[in-house]
Design a protein. Sequence first.
Length: 298
Amino acid sequence: MREKIAAIKRKLRWIDPFTYVDLFIIPRVHALSKPLQWVVFVASYILLSILVSIVLGATPFFFLLLSLFYVYLFLFERKEAVDWGVYLLSAFVFAWAIYSIFGIALGTSSPLVIVVSGSMEPLYHRGDVIVLQGTPFEQLQGAEVKLQEQLAGKPFSSFATPHYASTPHGIQIDSIEFSNGETVKITKEGSIAVYFSQYLQQPIIHRIVAKISASDGHYVLTKGDSINNNTIDQDCGKVRYSIPEKHCITLYPVREEEIQGKSIFRIPAIGCVKLWLFDDLSSLLATGKLPADFRGIC
């Protein structure tokens, strides 16, 4: 039995990408002169910083932590510092490659998104990871409206009017009346989609409440499920020079091309690791307080 287990382990090692790093990269690095090995060490730091910045949009606080870790390696782990640099860079490249392959399989450039607020509670919580699938506009669920006008760069107030009602949770948006006379009730039956808000500079995971077919393309209006979200994301009032009249999440209707995918699966809490490093810890050090969006464990 032990021999069979050992044989299985030997076969599985070829699935581990670090096996190839140990076989083909580390020996070549060790064959270099000491000065060149330290060049590799510095290069791994620079490349890792660039890649993390591109992929994760890392904060200055993250780069400070990364820099301190590399300084620690250089000062106290000199014998293995170069290897550490190679392994760290390789780990990120492997993770990026797997993420990209996953995205191709699911038909989206963003197959995984971390929930960063409580705007979809109680369905999704901060720190949950949402798996997305690229979905044609026709297959997204939501009340459908046809408008014979162009909506590109137009604020919500120019083509629709929100109607509110008193509820046990306060004043909440109840319906939307469009310029063509159609009225859409706000429900929780639409698809949950992700788009990137240029205004807030972050991905938004909210429910589609209306699908609009306009003369210049397809658009959606979105809203978070939480009782703390009493209106839709696009309800900004008048928008002048990209400055909204009132607080909102995105200035204009979300174009079909901006939808990164719809939610198909939730992985609870594993995104907390990123939030601890990129959000919570930096907020504690900078302000002495946890971020306003902090929930539960992250």
